[in-house]
Design a protein around this ligand. Structure first.
Ligand SMILES: [Zn+2]
Ligand SMILES: [Zn+2]
Length: 110
């Protein structure tokens, strides 16, 4: 809950002031957490060579999503064991078909 609230607040702040100096200031005052968050996602993608394990397609940072095998709403964590990089198409298809069902890393619901 707290996380969601913080994100909302940050977004509003971002819109309010776009000046670079202020952005840097924000970075120093705690957005570091955010860039860290970004890094672990990238790490997972790199560890998979940007290849979607569901369809075998090669992705890039934009076309690869991080999927939680155990959804966050079911207390899934951001650990490497629980997350996998999927291409946007496979990711979209999975959630369309299976909603928030727990999956393995190859897109099979468990
Ligand atoms: Zn795919
Ligand atoms: Zn997902």
């Amino acid at each position: 809950m707290a996380k969601r609230w913080r994100r909302k607040k940050r977004k509003a702040r971002k819109q309010a002031r776009k000046h670079e100096c202020l952005v840097i200031k924000e970075k120093l005052s705690g957005i570091e957490k955010d860039s860290h968050k970004h890094d672990w996602k990238r790490e997972i993608k790199i560890s998979q060579d940007y290849i979607c394990p569901v369809c075998g397609k090669r992705c890039n940072d934009r076309t690869m999503n991080i999927h939680h095998m155990r959804p966050k709403c079911k207390k899934g964590s951001n650990s490497k064991e629980n997350t996998v990089g999927w291409c946007v198409e496979c990711h979209r298809n999975y959630h369309k078909k299976h909603g928030v069902k727990i999956s393995d890393r190859y897109g099979n619901p468990l």
